[in-house]
Design a protein around this ligand. Structure first.
Ligand code: PLP
Length: 238
């Protein structure tokens, strides 16, 4: 089987699961954005995915993300196919945020005000607008995890809204590993409704990965971040 066939099969199978979960939840597939997480996979996979109709890809590390985008540019896409939008999903250091702002379209992992300032400077320097999601963490048992506590959302949203080159896109979470993800996804959707009262454009709810996206669709997620189900198991944990 060619890599293109493998990816097409992974996409088709995942789309079937998405369709079934949408049907069960009474939701429209068109209201959900599939972000295919290509971390650790080569740029040639990104090219094939774009040619198979994927419009959004996700990466979690700088500079891997930037190098891959550059390589996609030099490999070249078939005429009429747009380069996919780049979603940055990973933990961000302040000193790399400016670089990420130059190529990412959406950053899912904003969890402190310091990052907002660095992303803003990068976006302004590159004359771009960057959609920022606030990463929320519900795992009180592990203080080392990325993400802001729910109480910090309003302050972060105000900082993003006031920063040049940035817009408040919404919220993101990674469900705690050991738990049933459903209550966490429902909590995120409730927090999103609160956020949208102050920031009406902030409608993105980024939740759901290969292992739990059905629960995210049931809860009301708008953006799924799916890697392994489509691309296969990653050689290393990325
Ligand atoms: C890797 C990653 C994903 C995708 O995970 P899969 O299990 O491969 O679907 C989603 N979100 C984040 C933040 C990730 O780092």
């Amino acid at each position: 089987m060619s890599r293109r066939d493998e990816l097409a099969a992974g996409l088709a199978e995942t789309e079937q699961r998405i369709a079934a979960a949408c049907a069960a939840a009474g939701r429209d597939r068109d209201d959900i954005c599939l972000v295919v997480v290509t971390k650790t996979y080569p740029a040639s996979d990104v090219v094939l995915l774009a040619e198979l109709g994927v419009t959004d890809v996700g990466e979690n590390r700088h500079p891997e993300a930037q190098l891959k985008l550059d390589e996609v540019g030099s490999l070249g896409l078939v005429d009429g196919i747009e380069p996919p939008r780049m979603h940055f999903l990973g933990g961000l250091q302040t000193n790399k945020a400016g670089a990420v702002a130059r190529y990412a379209d959406v950053v899912h992992s904003v969890d402190r005000v310091k990052l907002v300032n660095s992303l803003s400077r990068g976006a302004v320097a590159a004359e771009r607008t960057l959609e920022c999601l606030i990463q929320v963490d519900f795992d009180a048992t592990d203080p080392g995890r990325a993400g802001a506590v729910p109480a910090d959302i309003p302050e972060l949203a105000v900082a993003i809204a006031g920063a040049a080159g940035l817009t408040v896109g919404g919220l993101m979470t990674v469900a705690p590993l050991a738990d049933d993800p459903a209550p966490h996804f429902e909590h995120l959707v409730n927090l999103s409704e609160e956020l949208q009262r102050e920031h009406p454009g902030a409608s993105i709810v980024s939740a759901g990965m290969s292992g739990d996206f059905e629960a995210a669709i049931a809860a009301g997620a708008t953006h799924l971040r799916i890697g392994r189900s489509i691309l296969g198991e990653r050689p290393s944990t990325g």
